[in-house]
Design a binder for this molecule. Sequence first.
Ligand code: ADE
Length: 239
Amino acid sequence: KVIQFKIITIFPDFFKPMLEYGIFSRAYKKGLIGFETIDLRDFATDNYKSVDDEPYGGGSGMVFKPIPLGKAIKKAKSKKETKVVYLTPSGRVFNSDIAKELAKEEELVFICGRYEGIDQRIVDLYVDYEISIGDYVISGGELAAMVVVDAVARQVKGVVKEMDSVVKDSFYDGLLDYPHYTRPETYNGLKVPEVLLSGDHKRIELWREKMKLVETLTKRPDLLERAKLNDLQRKLLKE
Ligand code: ADE
């Protein structure tokens, strides 16, 4: 069973590049993941194809109407267990743990909001996850959905050619990645760390584990408190 991503949006074409470039596109073409956009306007009930309206109580901005959106969600969900994700700055801040959790699902429906948001009753009735991609506001849920869908797809087996590289990515074990180097050996007077040229795989492995801790300690000490460290990492941290 292959995970199915379904995106409800007023801008389906926004997602075209995902299917044209890179790892996500390759996985889609190989049938490792399913991906489909659903045009919210197809569910509009009036002649003007309107999907938004003024907020009750007044104020600025427009709100997505519940009837077209509710219909789109019902159409998108092929079974009742399907989880619905609404991208909103009011949601839980997205991270690697949430990506891994969502990757276990068979089908995910994403709602991309525009304007001020969507009618709250849609959230109350249908939404399982409210997710934010960070503490800032972007102009619509489309970019946020692309971020979440890409990160979730990377956790699906086979999408990234070597699962090895996903496991070694930043955040997989709650730590930042170690620094990377490639040829030439000297660049603008800066040398590649000697250990990486040593051919001693044990030493290289140890250096990389150490550097993950150094990177995390200096750039994101907040991550260390939550990281699940292994015995080696705990021992290195004491040094
Ligand atoms: N829509 C607007 N801003 C957003 C954010 N930070 N995260 C998710 N969806 C959004």
